[in-house]
Design a protein around this ligand. Sequence first.
Ligand code: UD1
Ligand code: CA
Length: 452
Amino acid sequence: MSIALIVLAAGMGTRMNSDLPKVLHELAGAPLVVHAMKSGEALSPEKIVVVTGNGADAVEKAVTKWNPDAQVALQAEQNGTGHAVMQARAALEGFTGDAIVLYGDTPFIQPETLEKMLYARRTHDVVVLGFEVPDTSVRYGRLVTTGDDLSAIVEFKDATEAQRQITLCNSGVICADAGLLFSLLDDVTNDNAAGEYYLTDIVALARQRGMNATVVRCDETETLGVNTRAELARAEQMYQARARLAAMEDGVTLHAPDTVIFAHDTVIGRDAIIEPQVVFGPGVTIETGARIRAFSHLEGCHVSRGATVGPFARLRPGAELAEDVHIGNFVEIKNATIDEGAKVNHLTYIGDAEIGKKTNIGAGTITCNYDGVFKHRTTIGANVFIGSNTMLVAPVKVGNFAMTATGTIVTRDVPSGDMAVGRAKQENKAGFADRFFEKLEAKKASQSKESK
Ligand code: UD1
Ligand code: CA
């Protein structure tokens, strides 16, 4: 069975009080709309159509950056969820199979829940995802059911007092044959309290055509939508709590789980150890047995087995650490490959570089990679000893088994086995310090006599 996802993401998000479209606000380092896409992508859909409206260009950019195969359909005016789904019709021309409608501001829908809906589709024409609420004051659409047989969805605004007492609510996620969905939407009118085309009306319309509909239930937390900054913060908290638990269940040690921040795509291997106050930005893979020490910040990087990072280290995009590499305190690595067993232990910047096996980078070393316009590469071989406070002015190469003397500014390549020294020669002036301070102390003494 082919599947098409239709993700509604045209809404204003007025209550975010933001210039950024709501669905582009980030949760665990990814826009909300990407979370919705990820939920549905787990089903390997043949088509993905995101309906854009407010901030359409920016939303399109984020959507196609995440998934170049995704299409967007513009909903120029937001006339309701039914109207929004209709905008996807052209993009799904010729598609046969099931359509699943998701909301771009609802990031927690689990793939397993969508699987359940597809399973229910085997016996029902329309399947709606519903959830029970403890309190009937909520303004969600209500699911009118007899057992699991769904006869209609009534919007809160349009509901009778009796219908408002129903505790089974509409999440917004709907699944039906794509052809049927659009055919039912053709019959939807905007004759209701909001003056909008309700997607939810398709249930009663399907029943009128003699078709059946049912509800699949999920937990309320799964359908949580983000409308305000406070809800975004709460969603982030929920996301982090789950990510921490999931990591620990996967065999990762977290010394202080509440202080570790995960991204939506963080991958950590079994028996890795993550110390307190570690932040993972997007695109991080930590292999088994690696240790990330306290107060480190990592994004877009790969840490291999047995490597240690930090405390107080920063790995930026393109940092590739091989097995047993040591990265120590106040070290920044960007777009650089550090080969097996190499050590970069103190106060160092390595950018746009390659460092060979077992090479030791001394404290305070800097790859001077930027000339103000262009970036240049530094290539350091295996078993090299880079002395403390070496400046490597890129582009530059240091051969295997070479060394640099402390304080050297390397501006030319260093052949294998050589040592580069590039610093002013030291001279000792006999007795100078004694004479110098005697003079200064005498001056101070005469000044304080005068001021009395
Ligand atoms: C909708 C459902 C309601 C359900 C609730 C769950 C309808 C008519 N109502 O109500 O039964 O309980 O969600 O949260 O479907 N959107 C567009 N274009 C539009 C309108 C909406 O893209 O023209 C998008 C919004 O950006 C949002 C989603 O669709 O992501 C839902 O729209 P919203 O206006 O929040 O629907 P509700 O009134 O909350
Ligand atoms: Ca809503």
